[in-house]
Design a protein around this ligand. Structure first.
Ligand code: ZN
Length: 347
């Protein structure tokens, strides 16, 4: 079957790529015909750099991990899903018996197998086999495109959960990329009265502003901390989410944080960064780190269905599967104003 294969750094091909191990349907598995797959920053990073931190692409690997599709077959023990069901899938499968899993933090299980993280293949291919427990039914009013947004949204919802947002909190999200925007939406859904968001790209900030009570700040022309302190009676924000992955932004996370506030580090850093321990101390700041998410897909689907969160404005471009190599070239050029690009597979 044809798949989008990252042969090596900077070389993609759409070609036949049989996966033996994946073809077998276990008793607790479902077989899914893929419908929509989002292009994630991590996919693009593997394409341009051939690695992310310790994860190195040493052999051809299929990309893609943000997906929705339709069940076409179920294992003998599966009772909660049936052929024809529209679903989205959680891409990371932990060892069910590991110590981390039993402690309820399966996302940090060192044994987790995550789509399109070498050596595990992703799902830019017509079909996949997946555990039913990590496959979630989409209500009729949630489209495949929205279903494929559940994975990035889960990061924002997990971050908002770790922040322990209280109704009326004010937050700052650093970075208006896909993860920054889903984090802003999650913070508002969790009860924030207002969210400030920073970026370098006016087009992304414009999208952010259209999503709710979100105040955009372009850091190329404005000192974000000064502006926030001026607009919060000198107090600052209760929560800061770092979603740029930029060392410079991460070094500034305490600047607009109020006393007793919380910082959530979302953006990955490839090297150690400056961390202002003194600024954290005088605020008694709480600092949280997140790594993907743990069991928030049902909440995300619920919020998309109820309208508590609308991710549709974040989907800025769609491609057909046959054009997926071009889609990645465009994504790698980081066009201004583009948030989430998605690929649709033939049905
Ligand atoms: Zn992703």
């Amino acid at each position: 079957m044809d798949a989008l294969v990252l042969e090596q750094k900077r070389e993609l091909s759409l070609r036949d790529f049989p996966i033996e191990r994946e073809e077998r349907l276990g008793a607790h598995d479902v077989r899914i015909r893929l419908h929509t797959v989002g292009i994630c920053g991590s996919d693009v990073h593997y394409y341009t750099d051939g690695k992310i931190g310790p994860f190195v692409v040493n052999a051809p690997m299929i990309l893609g991990h943000e997906a929705s599709g339709t069940i076409i077959e179920t294992g003998s023990e599966v009772t909660n899903l049936k052929p024809g069901d529209r679903v989205c899938m959680e891409p990371g499968i932990p060892d069910p018996n590991s110590r981390a899993t039993r402690l309820g933090m399966y996302n940090v299980d060192p044994a987790v197998r995550f789509w399109a993280t070498p050596p595990v293949h992703g799902i830019l291919r017509p079909e996949c086999v997946h555990p039913a427990n990590f496959t979630f039914k989409l209500p009729d009013n949630v489209s495949f495109a929205e279903g494929a947004m559940v994975e990035p949204l889960a990061v924002g919802v997990h971050a908002a959960t770790k922040a322990r947002i209280k109704p009326g909190d004010v937050a700052l999200v650093m970075g208006a990329g896909p993860i920054g925007l889903v984090t802003a939406l999650s913070a508002l859904a969790a009860g924030c009265a207002r969210v400030f968001i920073t970026d370098l790209d006016d087009a992304k900030l414009e999208i952010a502003e259209s999503l709710g009570p979100i105040t955009p700040i372009n850091v190329t022309s404005e000192d974000f901390a000064k502006r926030i302190l001026a607009e919060t009676d000198g107090w600052g924000v209760e929560v800061v989410f770092e979603a740029t992955g930029s060392p410079r932004a991460a070094a500034a996370v305490f600047e607009a944080l109020c006393p007793g506030g919380c910082v959530v580090i979302i953006g990955g850093q490839s090297a150690p960064i400056a961390y202002d321990a003194g600024a954290a101390m005088v605020r008694e700041a709480r600092v949280e780190n997140i790594f993907r998410y743990a069991h928030v897909f049902p909440r995300c689907v619920g919020m998309l269905a109820s309208g508590a969160i609308d991710v549709k404005p974040l989907i800025t471009r769609r491609f057909e599967f046959k054009d997926s190599v071009r889609a990645f070239e465009i994504a790698a050029s980081a066009p201004k104003g583009d948030v989430k690009m998605q690929i649709e597979l033939p049905q």
